[in-house]
Structures are given as structure tokens and as C-alpha cells.
Design a protein around this ligand. Structure first.
Ligand code: NAD
Length: 240
């Protein structure tokens, strides 16, 4: 399959790209390298060396003879670039990791709040618009977060997916399926709640095929692919 990984230079995207390439898929990474710029902004650097994207990709080709393409596009700001890459590549599947992914960063200041909402919500909406505009037959997989359920509700039986709701109004009873209500605790988590509404809308109105995973924190420093060479290190480890 031809698979485009948005955010493929990141912690989750990089090992996913290697895993899928290793399985024989044609993998294309799209990333604007904003995560690396945020590390610079915060004045932090990793205890494990993180090679540049070009170095990583050359090393992958050198060791496995497999090629992963890299395209630098800002999915939140460059709709034309996104549209053009979709119309050229026409992927079978896309994996969407390309969002500002830190709750604390999203709450630092009004600038960081606005950046997180603009980046995450516009990026997701641009992807959905371009795919439906081009009538692409591709499956979208997105990594949301369990934080949409609200950490204050831990220990509760939390409903997932769609809920059957009955509304009694005098004699009238309406049954309907709605998304479960969310209870985000940060601007970052709120963007994932907004993402899921966008997904519901585009599934309902444009027939898109979307899987939205509400993932907890991902742990680990290596996968079997990244263990093959130090240039494949994926985890940024910081001294705080
Ligand atoms: N890591 C976790 O524990 C975890 C848990 C649940 C959900 N998630 C979600 O998974 C996704 C990936 O998380 P991660 O930990 O790999 O984060 P990460 O910051 O390491 O990776 C995200 C990548 O997306 C890129 N990106 C961001 N905005 C972009 C834009 N506008 N255009 C193009 N590229 C852009 C960044 O440069 C970065 O390489 C995020 O959406 C995050 O919310 C992560």
C-alpha cells in the first residue's frame, strides 16, 4: 500500500514509518519539522542524539535498501501544497500524527494556546477537505488522546464511540446516535475533541473512512527497526 505519514519525523511517526517500510509498504513522510523548532524554542536538547531527517532516511536506505520519501509541508498553513501532494500521490492510507502534541506547551501563554488550536484544528480540517475535494479512496488513521475523556473522571466507566440517546419531550421520544461527550483538561486535549467532531462530520457528509484512536501515553525508546542503527533513535530524553 502507498501510505503517507503526516508527522513522520516525530516520536510516534518515525518508528511507524520504519515499521511500515520494513513490511514492504511504499511510505512517504510529510512533516514541517516544527517539533524540532519547538525544542529550540524551549532551549532543550535530547540526551540521545536525534539525527536530521535526511540523515535518518539515507541511513534507512543504506541499511535496508528501502526508500522512504520526505516532503516538507505545513499541513495547517499550506493547503495548496497539501492538495498538490494528494493529487500526485493518491495514497491508499494516511496516518495523521502532525499536531502540536504537548498539553503543558499548549497552556504556556495565549500565543501557545492560539498556535496549538490553529495548528491542530486547521491541519486536521485541511486534510479532510483535500481528501474529500479529490474524492480520494483512502483510509485515515488519527491518533487522538484518552485525555478527551477528562482526567477528573478516572475510575468512572467511560463510554466510547457513539451513544444511543433518547430525549423525552412530553409524549415524543427521539432516539439518536451521538458522539460521547468530551471533557478536555487542556487546550491540547480540546483540539483532539474538536478533531473528533470534524471526523464525525466528514464521515457523515462525505463518506470518508476514518479511525480515530484515543491513545494513552506511549512509552519506550526503541522498536526492532530503530535498534538497527544509532541514527534511528526515536525518543527524545531530556534532563529536567
Ligand atoms: N506520544 C504520545 O504519548 C501520544 C499519546 C497520544 C496521542 N499522541 C498523538 O500522536 C501524535 C504524534 O505524537 P508524537 O509524540 O509523535 O509527537 P511529535 O511532536 O514527536 O510528532 C509530531 C510531528 O508532527 C509534526 N507536525 C506538527 N505540526 C505539523 C504541521 N502543521 N505540518 C506538518 N507537520 C507537523 C512535528 O514536526 C512532529 O515531527 C500527536 O498528534 C499526539 O497528540 C501521542
Amino acid at each position: 500500500m502507498k501510505i503517507v505519514i503526516f508527522g513522520g519525523d516525530g516520536f510516534c511517526g518515525w518508528p511507524t514509518a520504519l515499521g511500515l517500510s520494513s513490511d514492504g509498504h511504499d511510505v512517504i513522510i510529510v512533516d514541517n519539522l516544527s517539533r524540532r523548532k519547538i525544542d529550540d524554542e524551549l532551549g532543550v536538547s535530547s540526551l540521545t542524539p536525534i539525527a536530521s531527517i535526511n540523515e535518518r532516511l539515507s541511513a534507512w536506505e543504506e541499511i535496508t535498501t528501502k526508500n522512504i520519501k520526505f516532503i516538507n509541508v505545513d499541513v495547517a498553513k499550506d493547503y495548496d501544497g497539501l492538495y498538490s501532494l494528494f493529487s500526485t500521490l493518491r495514497p491508499d492510507a494516511i496516518i495523521h500524527f502532525a499536531e502540536q502534541r504537548a498539553a503543558p506547551y499548549s497552556m504556556k501563554s495565549p500565543i501557545h494556546k492560539r498556535y496549538t488550536v490553529d495548528n491542530n484544528v486547521s491541519g486536521t480540517h485541511n486534510l479532510l477537505t483535500a481528501i474529500s475535494d479529490l474524492s480520494l479512496d483512502c483510509h485515515i488513521i488519527h491518533l487522538g488522546t484518552m485525555g478527551v475523556y477528562g482526567y477528573g473522571t478516572s475510575g468512572m466507566e467511560i463510554p466510547e464511540g457513539y451513544l444511543n440517546v433518547s430525549i423525552n419531550d412530553g409524549e415524543i421520544v427521539n432516539n439518536s446516535e451521538i458522539l460521547y461527550p468530551t471533557n478536555p483538561g487542556s487546550i491540547y486535549h480540546m483540539t483532539k475533541s474538536l478533531d473528533q467532531l470534524l471526523f464525525q462530520f466528514y464521515v457523515k457528509n462525505n463518506g470518508l473512512r476514518i479511525t480515530d484512536l484515543h491513545q494513552g501515553i506511549v512509552w519506550g525508546t526503541q522498536t526492532k527497526e530503530t535498534r538497527q542503527d544509532d541514527r534511528f533513535f526515536l525518543k527524545r530524553i531530556f534532563l529536567v
